[in-house]
Design a protein around this ligand. Structure first.
Ligand code: URA
Length: 205
């Protein structure tokens, strides 16, 4: 049997955490994933964006938001004037959860237990980066941060203060935009997503 690594000790920095997560056995998702995908961005970032979990491309690249959802994210933040190189980007769950289907790997939603288990890493990222603004991209990220199920439509646009003093904005996940079949609906939701991110931009120093 494999021993649980002593990951909680000796984590003094973000880079220690990024290394220690390689031995994470807090849930079973490590068994199937290629690698954990830790957050990325400057340690002094004012804003932390939190997605759900790495997708297929992120799992292979070892970097967050580099696949199709990442492309939407990049386009919209650029449009509203947020520089990706100045923000910290991570996920509520650090391993890709999927079921194989032929040659493809189909994304599965992480469950509450997996989100809870992985909160250990997200909390470390929040402690080391100390973002003033936290942005939950989608319901899973919001659930991880506030500990209960949330309605995006009810909670978007109204920042919430977190217990560490950071301000939380909740918006949709960019992959939600990709799943909307009709062009008009997609454009409408994309505009709402951009409006949410404009609030974040305006909140930035
Ligand atoms: N979706 C996410 O939530 N995170 C990623 O990193 C990629 C896709």
């Amino acid at each position: 049997a494999r021993e649980m690594p002593e990951e909680t000790h000796d984590i003094q920095s973000l880079s220690d955490a990024a290394e220690a997560i390689g031995g994470c056995r807090r849930c079973s998702l490590y068994e199937q994933a290629t690698q954990p995908v830790f957050g990325e961005g400057p340690q002094d970032a004012e804003v932390m964006f939190i997605g759900e979990q790495p997708g297929d491309q992120e799992d292979l690249a070892g970097r967050p938001f580099v696949g199709p959802a990442g492309q939407v994210f990049d386009e919209v933040i650029e449009k509203v004037g947020i520089d990706r190189s100045r923000v910290y980007v991570t996920n509520a769950v650090k391993h890709f959860k999927f079921v194989p289907r032929g040659k493809r790997r189909i994304h599965q939603r992480p469950d509450s237990g997996e989100i809870q288990a992985c909160k250990f890493w997200l909390n470390l990222e929040r402690e080391f980066v100390k973002p003033k603004i936290v942005v939950a991209l989608g319901a899973r990220a919001a659930q991880s941060l506030i500990g209960k199920a949330v309605s995006i439509s009810k909670m978007r646009g109204e920042p919430i203060e977190l217990e560490d003093g950071a301000v939380l904005y909740i918006t949709n996940h960019p992959s939600y935009l990709l799943r909307i079949p009709d062009v008009e609906g997609r454009a409408r939701e994309r505009a709402k997503f951009a409006a949410d991110l404009e609030l974040v931009r305006d909140h930035m120093a």
